[in-house]
Design a protein around this ligand. Structure first.
Ligand SMILES: Cc1cc2nc3c(=O)[nH]c(=O)nc-3n(C[C@H](O)[C@H](O)[C@H](O)COP(=O)(O)OP(=O)(O)OC[C@H]3O[C@@H](n4cnc5c(N)ncnc54)[C@H](O)[C@@H]3O)c2cc1C
Length: 402
């Protein structure tokens, strides 16, 4: 396995910056160059956006260099589901030809990805899903409904889990498909959130045909690929290592500086205590994630990725709740110009604190709820007794449902 020193990686990033002026080329060109030089997914093989390193920790060196030079592109704003979850899934399950076809436009943002797991009757219990896929020669025919599908309205590819054998217990009869969202029979409809944005959608699938070569993993083995996706999702959502004092905690510090003069002494002291506590928590999380990244090996993360997801989701909510407390009654109003958007993902980084407060309510639900994260950590990391699962060994078709 190739290894580079930190200095060598920094040199490669600087060379990219010297030779490709990000102020003169567009996002796709800059990120395409980054991919071709192996600085996109540093732990992926050469030719597939990486340098074949044994861990992804050196990616932080690249990202820091690019950020310091003012390169504005951030993976989570470009193609959060593709880069955060689709990349590792493609690397693990796709054919060589598919890897070559899919990874580059995923990284540049030319092809957006979405994740089609949740259904009206299956969210936390995603293994209980009902969307059905039936084989027809070299194709599969899919019928069903998905919900909460982030960015489906701009996505080219969907990571779809469907039931291919209802006569097996729920985890065993699932298959994982790569769905071309431009296929006939895919109907994407917006769902609006309390922020006014429709980040996500419901999707109706009517006789949608998927070629057999787009099955990732084994037929009936979809649960393993789904778990790979979910573990990577948790790291993507909660495993970031931002610069000290940036991100949501910076929003809190900023509004505190702006408003502290208007608070009486008692309120100011209470707020100061609450801010200090959150600042310490934010820093502890940042350092924990940093340590996790340093220790990470190439390959997919395990259940410990749920630590960052759980902590960051709950902390974000506390931070923005405190911002609203500092603002006071003004927090009850929303900015003029409130409008219903159907964004492409790049516009979510809003400057408005009230928007961030409303958006943070979703943090403890998306990517798995905090209760589910606690179950995973309890069972799979701490080894505590498992949750009650009465339907685990019953064939899916025989499980009573309404
Ligand atoms: C902003 C946003 C974006 C999303 N994007 C996507 C997406 O792109 N693709 C996708 O597939 N899904 C997406 N989701 C869906 C998300 O994964 C689900 O909402 C989530 O997994 C919870 O499922 P549910 O909504 O069906 O709630 P339920 O599973 O019905 O849960 C309801 C309540 O019961 C609790 N609960 C459930 N089971 C247990 C248990 N075993 N132990 C203790 N408590 C339990 C939950 O914690 C929750 O409080 C998104 C959700 C949000 C909010």
């Amino acid at each position: 396995m190739a290894e580079y020193t930190e200095e060598e990686i920094r040199e490669l990033a600087r060379k990219l910056l010297e030779e490709v002026d990000h102020t003169k080329v567009d996002q796709h060109t800059f990120r395409g160059e980054q991919f071709d030089r192996g600085l996109a997914f540093i732990q992926f093989p050469e030719g597939l956006g990486g340098l074949g390193l044994s861990s992804r920790k050196m990616q932080t060196v690249v990202d820091t260099e690019l950020r310091s030079a003012g390169v504005p592109y951030h993976d989570l704003a470009i193609n959060p589901i593709g880069i955060g979850m689709g990349g590792p899934v493609v690397l693990t399950y796709a054919s060589e030809e598919q890897k070559k076809r899919l990874l580059r436009p995923m990284f540049t943002g030319e092809e957006i990805w979405c994740q089609m797991f949740s259904e009206p009757g299956s969210g936390s219990d995603v293994a209980g899903l009902a969307t059905r896929a039936i084989r027809d020669g070299d194709e599969w025919v899919v019928n069903g409904q998905k919900v909460w599908t982030t960015l489906a309205h701009v996505a080219r590819w969907g990571m779809l889990v469907a039931r291919t054998d209802p006569d097996q217990p729920k985890h065993k009869g699932l298959t994982y498909f790569l769905l071309d969202m431009q296929s006939e029979g895919v109907d994407v409809r917006p769902l609006y959130q309390i922020t006014g944005d429709a980040e996500f959608n419901e999707i109706f699938l009517s006789d949608v045909r998927i070629p057999h070569e787009n099955v990732f993993g084994d037929v009936g083995g979809g649960w393993a690929a789904a778990v790979t996706t979910l573990m990577n999702e948790r790291v993507a959502l909660g495993g970031g290592v931002p610069k000290q004092g940036t991100g949501p905690i910076a929003d809190l510090m900023h509004i505190w500086e702006e408003r502290k003069g208007s608070l009486d002494d008692v309120s100011a002291s209470v707020m100061r205590d609450r801010i200090s506590e959150l600042w310490i928590q934010a820093e502890a999380l940042r350092l924990t994630n940093w340590r996790a990244r340093e220790a990470s090996k190439s390959g997919n993360p395990g259940p410990e990725g749920s630590v960052g997801k759980l902590m960051s989701a709950e902390m974000n909510q506390k931070i923005y709740e405190l911002c609203m407390d500092i603002i006071g009654p003004e927090a009850l109003t929303f900015e003029a110009g409130y409008e219903r958007n159907r964004g492409d993902g790049s516009s979510w980084a809003r400057s408005s604190l009230k928007y961030s407060f409303l958006r943070s309510r979703a943090n403890t639900i998306e990517g798995g709820t905090s209760e589910v994260m606690r179950n995973i950590l309890g069972e799979r990391v701490l080894g505590l007794p498992g949750d009650v699962r009465v339907d685990k060994d019953i064939n899916w078709v025989d499980v009573p449902r309404n």
